[in-house]
Design a protein around this ligand. Structure first.
Ligand code: BG6
Length: 521
């Protein structure tokens, strides 16, 4: 069924930085997927702006290849033609070519004459270009809403540090109001991220248990199998804490820990998230490996391939101390979470790729009741965000038989299998929300401000205490000290040993079946 709000909103999607990787890998495939699902208005237009030499035709051809390569949906010529025919490419330099903005304005004015007034600007450019582009848009009167809406989507990273982020934010908010700014953190567009809200607040079994009385600890992990690849110059200035923890991991943390919002809308959700960020306990001045362990990958041989170490990556300083791995323990000082540790783990070139949140409940009093036969384990609830979506709940049960044995019964809901991998990609969802004018799943300045502040304070304490950056071989579980960080507390990382299970197997079976039937998705 077609959503009216989309079909009634003809708009121009204006991409700055259209020849970059993001446009190829994510944006145009997302637009294609929306067309595939018949979620785009008939008379939308795409204006691709870049600094390289393309004609509209050569750009369309490049995008066709990108859709074939990166889209999750099968390639259907008829769907692609709909997109292709509305793409126009124009070339100009975003900083030096002020005439380019005049051409842009002329193009948009012509479309207004055809009744297309709404403009969605997407800045898929390096962070240092955000401000100059917004200033030019404002100077050319391209952000005022005489007729139709004007919205701006901004890729992460939002600034490189707190100071630059604040300057950028002042500039943006002087050019357009907060509700028209869509700061992207693509984790917020992931299907399971959005499902966490539903699972937490639409099931009455959870809320009474969601606190320090019943929960032993929480783990949030996003291990990755890739290295920094060609992003060395960005990554070496950024490091894992700013690249992953300050944004994606803090978003997951805040949605898991927040109080139920009065309504599930942007303002209420953002207010609750900021309250979590403000309750984060600052790290102690004498920071140690009890609170944080950092690592950097070294080269390794994976099958027949040699994986370069971080220091051998392109554009990385040969003596760089930038961490590519972090394991941390955080505390949230509020009534709900006092005394419950939150363990975070993320890193490049690890032995697995996933994103999961584990809620481990307190140990049951089973030992008393069942004596030597007791093998009762803590109940565990796992939100699987990727690659397989779903959730998993571990209970204790009796094994059928004439003697007593306790086993763990696993209830594993594999959304990937149940819905045949049909979840929208994060960018599809985010573009749709921006067209709808709902920025619930975008980051607010308050949350960004608090998270930058927290991470910068942490980095100062890391350098003051000269914490080591351990080396770990690419393809491993990470530095041993990270395992100790949690084991010293009598706990263990969940996904290092346990993540391959039912959901993975079911999805693989499904995937195989699809391949046998020659069906991409
Ligand atoms: C990006 C980071 O924001 O997120 C990358 O800059 C990281 O370093 C990526 O690899 C992870 O995203 P996903 O969706 O693959 O988990």
């Amino acid at each position: 069924m077609k959503n009216n709000w989309v079909s009634e909103n003809p708009f121009v999607f204006i991409i700055f930085g259209a020849t970059g990787d993001l446009t190829k890998r994510k944006l145009i495939p997302a637009i294609y997927a929306l067309a595939f699902a018949d979620l785009l208005p008939g008379n939308m237009r795409i204006l691709a702006i870049g600094r390289r030499d393309y004609t509209s035709e050569s750009f369309q051809n490049m995008m066709e290849e990108a859709v074939k390569k990166y889209s999750q949906r099968s390639f259907q010529k008829i769907v692609w033609e709909r997109i292709k025919n509305v793409i126009t490419y124009i070339k100009f330099d975003f900083i030096s070519d002020t005439g380019g903005y005049i051409r842009l304005k002329q193009y948009l004015n012509n479309l207004s004459d055809d009744g297309i007034y709404n403009h969605l600007f997407f800045l898929a450019v390096a962070p240092n270009l955000f401000a100059p582009i917004v200033i030019q848009l404002q100077n050319n009167n391209l952000l005022s809403e005489g007729s139709g809406w004007k919205r701006v989507m901004i890729e992460k990273p939002f600034g490189e540090n707190l100071e630059k982020a604040a300057i950028l934010n002042n500039l943006l908010t002087s050019a357009l109001p907060e509700e028209r700014i869509y700061r992207i953190d693509h984790y917020l567009g992931k299907e399971m991220f959005q499902n966490i809200l539903t699972l937490r607040f639409s099931n009455s079994i959870f809320e009474p248990l969601w606190n320090r009385f019943y929960i032993d600890h929480v783990q949030i992990s996003i291990p990755e199998t890739i290295g920094v690849g060609r992003r060395g110059s960005y990554y070496d200035r950024t490091g894992v804490l700013k690249d992953m923890v300050q944004n994606h991991m803090f978003q997951l943390l805040s949605i898991i820990a927040m109080e139920p919002p009065v309504k599930l809308n942007a303002d209420y959700i953002k207010n609750e998230k900021i309250r979590v960020m403000r309750a984060l306990r600052p790290f102690p001045d004498n920071l140690s490996e009890k609170e944080i362990v950092l690592g950097q990958y070294t080269g390794n041989i994976a099958g027949s391939k040699t994986v370069p170490g971080y220091l051998q990556e392109e554009n990385v300083a040969s003596n760089s101390k930038t961490p590519t791995f972090a394991a941390l323990k955080l505390w949230i000082d509020n009534y709900r979470w006092q005394g419950v540790p939150f363990y975070l783990l993320t890193g490049k070139h690890l032995n697995r790729k996933n994103a999961e949140i584990v809620i481990q409940f307190k140990e049951p009093p089973g030992r008393r009741l069942y004596g030597e036969y007791c093998n009762a384990k803590s109940n565990i609830l796992v939100f699987r965000i990727q690659p397989y979506e779903g959730f998993y709940f571990q209970l204790n049960a009796k094994k059928p038989g004439n003697y007593y044995e306790m086993i763990q019964a696993n209830m594993d809901y594999c959304q990937t299998t149940a819905y045949q991998n049909n979840s929208p990609e994060a960018y599809e969802r985010l573009i749709i929300e921006a067209i709808r004018g709902d920025n619930s799943f975008f980051t607010s300045w308050d949350v960004l401000n608090a998270s930058w502040y927290y991470i910068e304070d942490l980095e100062k304490k890391i350098s003051k205490n000269s914490l080591p950056v351990y080396q770990y071989p690419a393809g491993s579980v990470g530095p041993k000290a990270a395992i100790k960080l949690i084991e010293n507390d009598g706990r263990s990382w969940w996904d290092i040993h346990d993540s391959i299970n039912f959901c993975t197997r079911r999805s693989d079976i499904n995937e195989n079946l699809r391949h046998q039937h020659g069906n991409k998705k």
